[in-house]
Design a protein around this ligand. Structure first.
Ligand code: GLC
Length: 731
């Protein structure tokens, strides 16, 4: 019999933020009635089994939106499953999954977690949550992705729950070598078990199922500057002026909520930005791209076109009385587009003409968990049961009828970003769109880049950004970063420098802070600090040819840009435990200082020979070294055998196509692939790109074209690390 949910227990703060305050339920009798079946297939080298579950009385298994691949499945009675996977239904709204977690196996991925790389030994609630003050004691975060990878060395398995419903994972917290998952739903769902491959193979298979990011516009990989908020036209123009005049490279200025008319999306403030269009056009002339924030909450205001249209056309979520559901966000009382509906997504997508007409280059989707100020009654406090009996405070429409918000909450940011990207693509079909999102779920990489929300200018958050981004990458999302300098609190010069040292290796490279702290632009400090920041940002630009190559690799294999050491060195037990260092692609090892007032750190080098990025000093791998890293050091080491394409200094990517590129060779024998295209359009999809196999041996450098259909105008040379001579190369 269903247990009634006690409404007094429904409290978002309790449920979503207090980590470890829940216990998995005791094993109970299996009450499952309905249909379930197993199927099997192979994706690449990975065996994939899929369990489809349709509880009695539920409509068809709902569209998860996360999975896009349709391999051919073969129905099987009971597949051979790794790690003793077992499942049952325990209550009308709850499914339990059990699996062995043998000692020594690592647990990875799960989307965005405030955690080390190995998420084992911890409890994880996966429900999309605005968690603006996250720390050790907090649980759910902005991007719940129920994809758990388990294993060690070259043998990994994965469980992927294809459902938008909330779930929670207990990964052997009681040290009984058991993992438990609880999924809270009354609807159908699927579970995928990916078996027996290496970590790269599993991520490749997972991103085959859930899709990959296409190449981002080159400008979006440059330096982005944001703050909550640059309040008016004058400040924004000043900002642009400072960057150019001080020769600090920058491509993008990001406008936070104050560009709007009292936070009404799809408007601008006439008072603060009297000639918005002209400002954007002038900035464009100076090679700045402008990105604007767009939140989902639409101000409840009967004089406001967007609210009137949304209400008239039933585009908003409703309450159980059938009225427009209202929650409070920046604009005050707001209505929330029901992105589950195709018509709503189309309306929202088309509305972006407002921004593209104004010359806006990209869109930043925020608050899309969605965040509701003051409403805490979103989630059952202890998840003792699923919200069949939950007060229907917010309802969505879907193919199979009205749906409670909680069951699809995890999809909200994902579908909002999808709609945003579709809007930009419909308006500018041959321009790569740039969408940034705070919330997202399985497959979000197809639609947007992500950042990890409201961090703090704390060393703890600087350090945590590494394992957090590594797990985000293993969850399928390559284009990710955190606010450089930290969002909350004052960023003192030292942490800003340390943050840039690491941040130049974040795939998404944006400095952003809140309204309460001091300005933390690279030039907001004394000249010596500015000088160091400039040098680091220039280094980012010099790495752009390498970074775009990594995105190309992601498109082909699903590999993230930031990779745990175990990705490349799976049999090195020490390397596998490290999460304060990472590989940036296969050739660069990054080991930053993430502590205040430290000038030395221990760097572990896996097998091979490694070269200091700046000094070319050599280190023989297989052991740690203590390395001196004064403020401003580029904390990177290059693998012997690599060839890095390094661009000359530019101020913005508008200068990229003519900047000279030097292929820097590390060692006596080296090889690499080099990719280039126009960086803006989708022409690469019809073959307009170049790809070369570069090699160096016996003092000879060769570049063999694998594909050559793009007319590049850069000049090229090669240089052997440690040697000052550079030699022209004809491509
Ligand atoms: C949220 C975002 C932050 C933004 C602020 C104001 O806190 O996470 O990045 O600056 O809202 O829009």
């Amino acid at each position: 019999m269903d247990q009634q949910l006690d409404e007094s227990k429904v409290d978002l703060k309790e449920a979503s933020t207090k980590r470890r305050m829940w216990k998995p339920h005791e094993r109970q009798k299996n009450v499952f009635k309905g249909n379930s079946h197993w199927e099997q297939t192979k994706i690449g080298d990975v065996d994939v089994a899929r369990l489809s579950v349709l509880p009695q009385g539920a409509a068809l298994i709902p569209d998860s939106f996360g999975v896009i691949a349709t391999p051919s499945w073969k129905e099987v009675k009971q597949p051979t499953l790794p790690f003793g996977f077992d499942w049952q239904q325990t209550l009308a709204g709850r499914f339990d999954f059990y699996f062995e977690l043998k000692k020594g196996l690592r647990c990875l991925a799960l989307g965005e977690r405030f955690s080390g790389l190995n998420v084992r030994g911890e409890k994880h609630t996966l429900i999309s949550t605005d968690n603006p003050h996250h720390d050790e004691s907090m649980d759910s975060m902005y991007k719940p992705i129920p994809f758990l990878v388990v294993g060690s060395q070259n043998k990994f398995f994965a469980i992927f729950i294809d459902s938008s419903a909330p779930s929670r994972f207990d990964l052997d917290t009681e040290l009984t070598e058991e993992g438990r998952i609880e999924l809270f739903t009354r609807r159908g769902f699927r579970v995928y078990i990916l078996g027996g491959g290496t970590l790269p193979q599993l991520v490749e298979a997972f991103t085959t199922l859930t899709g990959r990011a296409k190449l981002p516009p080159l400008w979006s990989l440059g330096h982005q500057q944001c703050r909550w908020s640059y309040p008016n036209e004058e400040t924004v123009r000043e900002l642009a002026h400072e960057f150019r005049q001080r020769k600090i490279p920058c491509d993008t200025l990001v406008l936070d909520i104050d560009y709007m008319d009292e936070y009404r999306v799809f408007t601008t403030s006439k008072k603060a930005f009297p000639d918005f269009k002209k400002m954007i056009a002038d900035l464009k002339k100076d090679n700045f791209n402008v990105v604007t924030i767009v939140d989902p909450g639409v101000k409840v205001d009967d004089q406001y076109k967007h609210f009137i249209d949304g209400k008239k056309n039933n585009f908003f979520c409703k309450n159980k009385e059938g009225e427009v559901f209202q929650g409070k966000v920046w604009p005050g009382d707001s209505a929330f587009p029901d992105f589950l509906k195709d018509e709503t997504r189309k309306w929202w997508a088309d509305s972006h003409k407002f921004y593209t007409d104004a010359g806006i280059a990209g869109i930043w989707n925020d608050m899309n968990e969605p965040a509701f100020f003051g409403i805490t009654k979103v989630l059952p406090a202890d998840f003792s049961e699923m919200p069949g009996q939950h007060p229907d405070f917010c309802l969505h429409d879907a193919q199979d009828g009205k749906i409670q918000h909680l069951e699809v909450r995890n999809l909200y940011g994902f579908l909002m970003s999808r709609s945003t990207q579709e809007g930009l693509l419909a308006i500018r079909p041959n321009e790569r769109p740039f969408v940034l999102t705070r919330s997202g779920s399985t497959g979000i990489q197809r639609y947007a880049a992500v950042w990890l929300g409201d961090n703090k200018s704390w060393y703890e958050h600087l350090g945590k950004s590494i394992p957090m981004l590594l797990n985000v990458g293993l969850s399928g999302i390559p284009f990710a970063g955190v606010d450089i300098g930290g969002f909350w609190d004052d960023a003192l010069p030292e942490i800003v420098i340390r943050w840039y040292e690491l941040g130049i290796f974040y795939p998404f490279f944006r400095n952003h802070c809140s309204l309460s702290g001091r300005g933390q632009e690279a030039y907001a400090y004394a000249p010596n600090v500015e000088g160091i920041a400039r040098k680091l940002i220039e280094t980012r630009y010099s790495l752009l040819p390498y970074i775009r190559g990594l995105f190309w690799e992601h498109m082909r294999t699903g590999a993230p840009l930031m990779r745990p050491l175990m990705w490349h060195f799976p049999t090195d037990a020490i390397a596998c435990d490290i999460d304060d260092q990472f590989m940036f692609g296969s050739d660069i090892l990054v080991a930053p200082i993430v502590e205040r007032a430290h000038e030395y750190r221990t760097v572990y080098f896996p097998a091979g020979t490694w070269y200091h990025f700046e000094t070319n000093e050599k280190y023989e791998g297989g052991r740690p070294y203590v390395i001196n890293m004064p403020l401003g050091t580029v904390p990177a080491f290059v693998r012997e055998g690599a060839i890095l394409p390094i661009a000359d200094v530019i101020q913005h990517t508008g200068e990229y196509s003519t900047t000279p590129i030097t292929f820097k060779v590390f060692g006596k024998k080296a090889a690499a692939r080099f990719f280039e295209d126009d960086g803006i359009t989708f022409d690469y999809e019809t073959g307009k790109y170049n790809e070369y196999e570069l090699s160096y041996a016996d003092g000879q450098f060769t570049a063999k074209p694998v594909h050559k259909e793009y007319a590049a105008s850069n000049k090229y040379a090669y240089q052997v690390a440690g040697d000052n001579k550079s030699t022209t190369v004809q491509l």
